[in-house]
Design a protein around this ligand. Structure first.
Ligand SMILES: *[C@@H]1O[C@H](CO)[C@@H](O)[C@H](O)[C@H]1NC(C)=O
Ligand SMILES: *[C@@H]1O[C@H](CO)[C@@H](O)[C@H](O)[C@H]1NC(C)=O
Ligand SMILES: [Zn+2]
Length: 322
């Protein structure tokens, strides 16, 4: 199982391979000596000035009315063929590439500089004791985060795309824990037991509509946008990030399955459960995080938008008297 599974991982995701071959990076939960604070020693890019994830401070957002609806292609059909779920040693990844139909799973619009084809999706999560999202909202982590990675259709390989600031587009979704399981995640969750060990993979029982993993359709126009990087080495600064405002529900037992079923690669005698596989927020430096046209205005003060209107209303001689 092991070698065969690894072989498949290598073919489907050159990104993971190159780093795995170096074999050096990990999360602090595995070994603080190779955790995120050391990644820049392996890859200088990880110490760059446009790194991800970041904290999304909702009082510091800049509204961009050009960030309208994202166009989702092929998200509403279960494609023919098989999807492979992989434990790549760092996360649980669903490979969306390789099937002829994947050509048709794509996003565009919403201020994205082009059309982007879906490559894979994967998750970052915490432990029974702590939330584990990568992006944080006003300084708080959420329990888990989904990343759907897309490649700019004008580039042929990941290697090529990683050389351009708009080479990749990643959709990020937060999760919140619900009492009831979310049936849309059943197929993925039931595949976890077949990929306990790093390098293992399993063909999922069926494909499904990717849209079912996302927040409600009516909330997809509410998102945050910024320019950043991959959140694992080599940390290429090639990602146009979209993080949805609305979290997706996940049942506690489903989240538990992520934290208790899959394992990191065995380094010592005892295999370690895959937990806390997130990178902490990186400095924003000179970057801005933009709020989409429909994003909820912060509780604080969307002053740049409202104050001119307010001023007009107050000054207007036509204001109706109370
Ligand atoms: C973890 O996430 C939940 C949302 O599901 C939130 O209510 C809670 O405050 C978070 N915990 C911490 C310690 O941030
Ligand atoms: C997944 O694991 C379960 C339980 O261990 C087993 O019954 C099932 O056949 C496995 N599925 C595949 C596709 O390997
Ligand atoms: Zn990720």
């Amino acid at each position: 199982m092991g070698p065969q599974g690894l072989g498949i991982t290598f073919v489907t995701l050159p990104l993971v391979i190159r780093v795995a071959a170096g074999g050096q990076w990990c999360y602090d939960s595995q070994d603080p000596k190779c955790g995120p604070s050391h990644w820049k020693e392996l890859k200088a890019t990880c110490g760059g000035s446009k790194q991800s994830p970041v904290n999304i401070n909702r009082r510091r957002l800049q509204r961009d009315s050009g960030l309208g609806d994202i166009v989702f292609e092929g998200y509403d059909q279960a494609p023919p063929g098989k999807w492979k779920l992989v434990n790549n040693g760092h996360t649980v990844m669903l490979s969306l590439e390789g099937e002829p139909a994947s050509e048709h799973i794509a996003i565009s619009g919403g201020g994205l500089p082009g059309r982007y084809r879906a490559l894979q999706l994967h998750f970052h999560w915490g432990s029974p004791a702590a939330n584990g999202s990568e992006h944080t909202l006003d300084g708080h982590q959420l329990p888990m985060e989904l990343h759907i990675v897309h490649i700019n259709a004008k580039y042929r390989t990941l290697g090529e795309a990683k050389g351009h600031p708009s080479g990749l587009a990643v959709l990020g979704c937060f999760f919140q824990v619900s009492e009831a399981p979310n049936p849309n995640y059943n197929t993925i969750v039931s595949g976890l037991r077949n990929i306990s060990h790093a390098g293992q993979s399993v063909d999922l029982a069926s494909t499904f509509r990717l849209s079912t993993l996302l927040p409600r359709a009516s909330r997809l126009s509410r998102y945050y946008r910024y320019q950043g990087s991959l959140t694992t080495p080599d940390c290429s600064e090639a990602v146009v990030w979209t993080v949805f405002e609305e979290p997706v529900d996940i049942g506690w037992a489903q989240l538990w399955a992520f934290m208790n079923t899959v394992y990191f690669p065995a380094s010592g005698a005892v295999p370690q459960k895959m937990t806390n596989n997130y990178r902490p927020p990186q400095p924003l430096h000179s970057r801005k995080v933009f709020a989409s046209r429909d994003a909820t205005s912060s509780r604080g003060c969307p002053c740049h938008l409202l104050s001119p209107l307010l001023l007009l209303a107050l000054l207007s001689p036509l204001s109706p008297s109370p």
